[in-house]
Design a protein around this ligand. Structure first.
Ligand SMILES: [Zn+2]
Length: 126
């Protein structure tokens, strides 16, 4: 079953369903069956989702979010006078590993929701 996403789907609800790692069409089926491995079809509405490839947009989004988070933490540490190199090591290194891993599925889901709502799939290129 396939829909016409461009004519019927508002963008923000689709992005929000993707951020929740759910199908951008129905919002009930899971978007990933492993950590960030995208399903081919939604298990609830059978929407084909494999053609929506996020490509290099995903690292762009994750890096942009991380730069803002780390920049805020570094600025806060410097302004509060706790900016020693050891504190940086203990706070920023784990933060720069854990936060990207935590936001990766939601970021990928949000991008897939945007691509789905706009109908920007790989199938258009063929
Ligand atoms: Zn679905």
């Amino acid at each position: 079953m396939s829909s016409d996403p461009q004519s019927s789907s508002p963008v923000w609800p689709s992005i929000w369903r993707g951020i929740k790692c759910k199908c951008p069409r129905c919002g009930r089926g899971w978007l990933f069956h492993h950590y960030i491995e995208q399903v081919d079809y939604c298990s609830v509405c059978n929407e084909p989702l494999a053609a929506y490839k996020v490509g290099l947009f995903l690292p762009l989004i994750v890096i942009t979010v991380m730069v803002h988070i780390l920049g805020f933490v570094m600025l806060e540490m410097e302004l509060s006078g706790r900016g020693s190199p050891l504190i940086y090591l203990y706070v920023l290194v784990p933060l720069s590993v854990v936060v990207p891993l935590a936001i990766l599925p939601s970021s990928k889901g949000g991008i897939i929701g945007l691509l789905w709502a706009k109908g920007w799939s790989d199938e258009q290129d063929r």
